[in-house]
Design a protein around this ligand. Structure first.
Ligand code: 5GP
Length: 125
């Protein structure tokens, strides 16, 4: 079944300027901003401006220009925030998708978390 995009989601409202955000970086196809409930000293969300629900949706349907811009912005945000594993202590990239991924906002976002040790990736239930 194809993805359907809900343009009333909170990140769509941020992209339309209806809700404020603390912008870290903005490019032609991508916006990076601080998470409203940070779970680490660095907690930035990177989103494409296009209507993509999840990473796999984006990977399948976005243009090459959008994918390059988004990916380069993830790298640039790491450098800007000082969490690159090459030059600092590293970070974690997370992209939740759907019910099992416990995705709260149905617009693709990569969490960039850093600034403290983050523990193991998954806790066992
Ligand atoms: P998810 O669970 O979908 O991967 O993560 C959604 C993230 O969006 C959460 O970390 C949450 O704190 C963040 N978030 C939800 N609403 C807002 C908002 O209005 N502004 C910002 N900056 N972040 C938000």
């Amino acid at each position: 079944m194809p993805y359907t995009y809900d343009d009333q989601n909170i990140f769509a409202k941020i992209l339309r300027g209806e809700i404020p955000n603390k912008t870290v970086m903005e490019t032609e196809h991508t916006l990076a901003f601080e998470d409203i409930r940070p779970q680490a000293p660095v907690h930035v969300l990177v989103i494409p401006k296009g209507p993509y629900v999840t990473y796999d949706h984006f990977a399948q349907e976005a243009s090459d220009a959008e994918i390059v811009d988004f990916t380069r912005t993830v790298g640039a945000v790491c450098a800007k925030m000082g969490v690159s594993a090459a030059e600092a202590a590293g970070c974690r990239f997370i992209s939740n998708a759907g019910d099992h991924g416990v995705q709260e906002v149905p617009h693709l976002h990569i969490h960039i978390l850093g600034g403290r040790p983050l523990g193991r990736m998954l806790a066992r239930d």
